[in-house]
Design a protein around this ligand. Sequence first.
Ligand code: UD1
Ligand code: CA
Length: 465
Amino acid sequence: MSLQIFILAAGKGTRMRSDKPKVLHEIGGQAMLRRVYNTACQLRPACIHIVYGFGGDQIMKDMADLKNVDWVYQAEQLGTGHAVRQAMPNVKDDDIVLVIYGDTPLLSVTTLGRMVAAVPDRGLAVLTANFSDPTGFGRIVRDSAGAFDRIVEQKDASPEELKIREINTGVCVADAGVLRTMLNTIGRDNAQHEYYLTDVFSVARRCGMPVVTVTADDPDEVLGVNSCVQQAKVEKIYQRKLAEQLMTDGVTIIDPDRINIRGSLSCGRDVVIDINAVFTGNVVLGDRVTVGPNCVLKDCEIGPDSVISPCTVIEGSKLGRHVTIGPFARLRPGCELKDEVHVGNFVECKNAVLGEGTKSGHLTYLGDATLGKGVNIGAGTITCNYDGLHKFKTVIGDDVFVGSDTQIVAPVTVGDGVTIGAGTTVTKDISDDMLVITRAPRRDIPDWKRPGKKDRSPKNPEEQQ
Ligand code: UD1
Ligand code: CA
């Protein structure tokens, strides 16, 4: 006997009004299907069977890395019962089958575990929830003794049944042998002319098989996504939960409604996150880090006591201790800012290492560069790393002073202790402790008369230049 998990993901998701299969739409920056798959994996099933149909090519492409998956193609979407039937040949009668939907991304492993534990011998268990607004869901009909009787779909329900607030979440567990037998008995005589998986439960009851219900503790967790409106609602619930967990762990979040985590965010002690911060991939914030408003951080590690000022974008980079960055700074992938580095406004760095205490305060591009310790980069400095075809590297030693408006044309090495005068174009290596300066000589022209508005004739030779 082993656990087999079915994920139903063949539906088109018509109400999403999208060319993309519904289960590829994202919650928390991850496709819903991947989220459900990851949760399912935690139960350590023998195999995960994904029933796919609409947009199959795209699903297979996006999910090519998923392991231990039996991909089951459902050519025609004839209903949830039909979908489950497609995967049945791949399980044995003494297996346990857990069915979940690819469009229910917030399901917790705890709830799924409770379901698996609840399934009676040679019987079925169904996960229900109580919704204040049950519109659209199948309703759980109970007999006079309160025992489960059947599930009625919204479209087939009587006015009385529509008042029931206990709904079918779609998650169910069954003895595979029983499920196989029951699936062969259901038909399509209903409002949607579909094979309803839900009919399996009433048939099982009629045949005297045990059917139990498990109620989800948190109704939010079983919310399905059928439209962009529901997607946004589920996203909000997901974000709120992450924010609450961080706050419980001691993170100050200025406004928990205005933080967005699309991956994993791990925070040290006394971290402060201001409004509209977006975290993507794996982000690690050290103790006492502050993140200003409107920052976007992706796959990066920020050392303790660092300050990220407003509107800073950091991707694929590592920052040491006491680093100050922004406002309006951008680190592209491959940057390493050592302790005490300062990167200020309108500075872009890519694949650059900035040594301890190095400062680049304003309007600069540092690409494919290694800078030593205690370097000062003046405003408007550019490492010219690209000749139109190839990228080249700039190496700058320790304690270098680069004056403003300097171009450093790579490949080039600047020695330790070098001073570069403002406005210099560096094209050749500089040895240690030099002062270099390239500057056109200044000309002073006394008593210069600016041309008057009417005098547009080019008689002044200086003006012609
Ligand atoms: C289904 C349930 C309903 C429940 C609701 C919970 C049935 C008949 N109804 O209704 O009781 O309250 O879910 O969200 O089961 N799918 C396939 N192949 C198909 C049809 C569907 O793979 O042929 C997949 C869809 O991709 C989706 C899931 O099954 O992931 C549910 O299908 P959907 O059409 O959304 O079912 P509902 O009408 O919402
Ligand atoms: Ca649905």
